[in-house]
Design a binder for this molecule. Structure first.
Ligand code: SF4
Ligand code: SF4
Length: 374
C-alpha cells in the first residue's frame, strides 16, 4: 500500500493482563504477559504522546484490569497531557472512592464498567469472584456521584442472553448513558469454553429482537451498542472498522497490532512501541498494511459492492475457519466456507445444556475453564 493512511482515531491500551477476575470468555491471549514484561509508566507516557501527535483522539485504558496498576493515576495524567479523551475499561474491582476521586481529578473522561451478569449469582459465578457484583454496584454509585459518564458493558452468552431485559434495567438503574451488549466472540479463553458459552440460534434471534425493541423504547435514555452473534448471520461485521483503518491496539509489553486477536494470524510480525515510533508502525508496518484497504482481497470480496462496508469481515475469523486471512469472513453467505460457522456453533452447544434452565438457572453446574492470571 503506497498511500499514507489517515490517522487512527482510537487506541486500545492494554496496560496489564493482570486481573482479579477470571472470566471464561476473557479475550486476553492464553499466554498472558507477565507483570515484569509490562511497559513502565514513562514508556506508556511516551506511547500516549506519540499517539496524540499521530492524531489519535481517544484512548481506551484496558487490560486485564487497569486498576491492577498502582501507577494508573500517572498513566491517566499522561494520556490527558497528550490531549487524549480517556476511557477507563474496568471491572471495578480494586477501585475505592478515594482512588476514583484521584482519577477524576487527573481528568479521566469516561468509565466503562463491565458486568458479568444481571445478578450476583450469575455475575460472581461467571467472573469467578465472590462479592464482585455487589462491589460493582457500589462502584457505579461512586461514579454517578462523581458525575463521570458511564457505559455498562455486558458480554452475553448462553447463560445470560435470555436475561437481556434485566441487563437493560440494570444499566438504567446504574445511571449509564450507554450500554454495550456484546455477544461472546470465540477468541482467547472463550475458545476454550465454547461448549459452555455458545448460545443457541433461538437465543440469538430472540436477542436481536429484544435489542431492536429496547433501542426504540429507550430512545433518549440509553444508547445501546450491540455486537450481535455472527455465527448465524448472513454478512460479517466490519471488524475493527476495517484493518488498520481507525484503530490500533498496544499490548502490555508494547506490541502494536491492528486488532487484539491479530497474533492468531501466524505469518504476521508485529513491531513494538519500545523500538519503533507509533507513526512509523501505523503507516509502514507490513502487518498493518497486509489487509488495509481492498487491494489484498480475493473473490468474492474483490468484486463485491459491500467491500467498503464490511471490509471482508474479520481476518482472524477467515484465518481460523477458512484457512487463510485473505479469504472472505466465512460468516458471509457469498463465502464458499459459509455455513462452517453456523455448523460449528450448532455442534458446540453442549447437549446437556440444550434443555437446561435458561438464563443461568443451572449456572452453578456449568464447568467453566477460568482464565489464569498473569
Ligand atoms: S474479561 Fe474478565 S478476566 Fe478478562 S480482563 Fe475482563 S474482567 Fe478480567
Ligand atoms: S463477499 Fe466479502 S465484501 Fe462482500 S459481503 Fe462478503 S465478506 Fe463482505
Amino acid at each position: 500500500m503506497s498511500q499514507i493512511p489517515p490517522p487512527p482515531s482510537a487506541m486500545l491500551a492494554e496496560l496489564t493482563h493482570r486481573c482479579p477476575l477470571s472470566c471464561p470468555y476473557c479475550s486476553n491471549p492464553l499466554e498472558l504477559t507477565a507483570r515484569e514484561a509490562e511497559l513502565s509508566a514513562p514508556q506508556w507516557a511516551e506511547v500516549f504522546t506519540q499517539a496524540g501527535a499521530l492524531g489519535v483522539l481517544q484512548v481506551h485504558l484496558s487490560g486485564g484490569e487497569p486498576l491492577a496498576r498502582r501507577d494508573l493515576p500517572d498513566l491517566v495524567s499522561a494520556a490527558v497531557a497528550a490531549g487524549l479523551y480517556t476511557n477507563l475499561i474496568t471491572s471495578g474491582i480494586g477501585l475505592t472512592e478515594a482512588r476514583l476521586k484521584d482519577l477524576a481529578g487527573r481528568g479521566l473522561d469516561h468509565i466503562q464498567l463491565s458486568i458479568q451478569g444481571p445478578n450476583a449469582q450469575i455475575a460472581d459465578r461467571v467472573g469467578g469472584y465472590k462479592g464482585g457484583y455487589d462491589k460493582k454496584m457500589e462502584v457505579a454509585g461512586w461514579i454517578a456521584a462523581e458525575g463521570i459518564p458511564l457505559t455498562v458493558n455486558a458480554v452475553m452468552h448462553r447463560h445470560n442472553l435470555d436475561r437481556l431485559e434485566e441487563v437493560f434495567a440494570l444499566a438504567l438503574r446504574l445511571g449509564a448513558r450507554r450500554l454495550e451488549v456484546a455477544t461472546v466472540q470465540f477468541h482467547g479463553w472463550a475458545a476454550r469454553n465454547k461448549a459452555a458459552l455458545m448460545p443457541t440460534r433461538a437465543q440469538v434471534e430472540a436477542a436481536n429482537r429484544s435489542v431492536a425493541a429496547a433501542r426504540e423504547r429507550l430512545k433518549g435514555r440509553l444508547v445501546i451498542d450491540y455486537v450481535p452473534a455472527d455465527y448465524y448471520a448472513r454478512f460479517p461485521k466490519p471488524c475493527m472498522g476495517g484493518w488498520g483503518r481507525v484503530g490500533l491496539v498496544v499490548t502490555p509489553d508494547g506490541t502494536v497490532m491492528p486488532c487484539h486477536a491479530a497474533h492468531t494470524i501466524p505469518h504476521l510480525r508485529f513491531e513494538n512501541a519500545k523500538d519503533t515510533p507509533l507513526a512509523q508502525i501505523w503507516t509502514g508496518s507490513p502487518a498493518f498494511n497486509a489487509y488495509r484497504g481492498t487491494d489484498w482481497m480475493r473473490e468474492p470480496c474483490r468484486s463485491c459492492d459491500r467491500r467498503e462496508v464490511d471490509f471482508g469481515g474479520c481476518r482472524c475469523q477467515a484465518m481460523a475457519f477458512a484457512g487463510a486471512a485473505e479469504e472472505a469472513d466465512p460468516v458471509c453467505e457469498k463465502s464458499p466456507h459459509h455455513g462452517v460457522m453456523a455448523a460449528m456453533a450448532e455442534a458446540s452447544v453442549a447437549p446437556e445444556l440444550e434443555g437446561g434452565s435458561p438464563g443461568g438457572g443451572a449456572i452453578d453446574d456449568v464447568a467453566f475453564t477460568y482464565r489464569d492470571n498473569a
